[in-house]
Write a protein that binds this ligand. Structure first.
Ligand SMILES: O=C(O)[C@@H](O)C(=O)CO
Ligand SMILES: [Mg+2]
Length: 265
């Protein structure tokens, strides 16, 4: 069975930030993701990870002005210097907490912007980021995100991501495939998963129930089928549990327990 990571920015929100690590470890997680950890000093997070025997497997680079609605800088014209600074901050943080990969968000784009203008900018920025990450032995990923949750986001579809990754051709940049977004935008998730693996770009997986982004034990997505398929396709990475629990994180983990128990047998 795949290895699971608790997303500490959505799970365990009933606990203070520092207490989420212990709660995740108590529930059997060995890995975590944190969306934007920057308000917490990296040394503190590294100590929490070590104390609770957890590995950080994913953080996001700072997204720009989050409160003002920004969700990444990679395709925002005129923001190249800020983009580079955000990547440098993320890489240093990832290094400090021994996290191997960083999600680089593309950004919300103006309705009138043309993809033919934004794509070269995105490629230039990602090329720079990939080289900076490679120098630190780190990896990057990009994630198609649905426009219901994030209107105007530059990258929505799996095929767009595969095309961008092929154009970029950077061996340390891959796809963060979030089944929740994939199902909302386009469906046919298993085929998209097979394509990503065949293209050699699957870097990280995330899941949630659809349509409500809650536990994946109800709704329109069969995660048990998809998790089994991941195994059959030889995926060795992590699956991030990135959902908003219906009523208490631990109380809602019955769906996961059988996978964790199965992996221990
Ligand atoms: O799916 C998501 O929302 C996250 O993985 C993310 O990085 C953007 O918020
Ligand atoms: Mg996600």
């Amino acid at each position: 069975m795949p290895r699971f990571a608790a997303n500490l920015s959505l799970l365990y929100m009933e606990h203070a930030f520092a207490d989420r690590f212990e709660a995740a470890a108590r529930d059997g997680f060995e890995a975590v993701e944190i969306l934007f950890p920057y308000e917490h000093p990296a040394a503190e997070v590294a100590a929490l990870l070590q104390r609770h025997g957890l590995q950080a497997v994913l953080i996001n680079a700072p997204p720009g002005d989050f409160a003002a609605g920004e969700r990444g800088l990679a395709c925002l014209p005129g923001r190249e210097a800020e983009f580079r600074a955000s990547v440098e901050q993320a890489l240093a943080y990832a290094r400090a907490i021994a996290c191997p990969r960083v999600h680089i968000m593309s950004g919300i784009v103006a309705r009138e912007s043309s993809r033919s203008v934004l794509k070269p900018l995105w490629l230039d920025n990602l090329r720079w980021a990939a080289e900076a990450a490679a120098r630190m032995d780190l990896r990057l990923c990009i994630e198609p995100i649905n426009a219901r949750d994030m209107p105007g986001y530059f990258l929505n579809r799996q095929d767009q991501a595969l095309e961008l990754l092929a154009a970029l051709a950077a061996p340390n940049v891959g796809l963060q495939m979030d089944w929740y977004h994939c199902q909302i935008v386009e469906g046919d998730v298993a085929t998209k998963l097979r394509r990503a693996i065949a293209a050699g770009v699957l870097e990280h997986v995330q899941l949630a129930g659809v349509p409500d982004r809650q536990e994946p034990d109800e709704g329109e997505l069969r995660v048990d089928y998809l998790l089994d398929l991941l195994d059959r396709l030889g995926y060795a990475g992590h699956v991030g549990c990135e959902y908003r629990p219906r009523a208490g994180t631990s109380a809602g983990l019955a769906w996961l327990q059988r996978f964790i128990d199965g992996a221990r047998q």
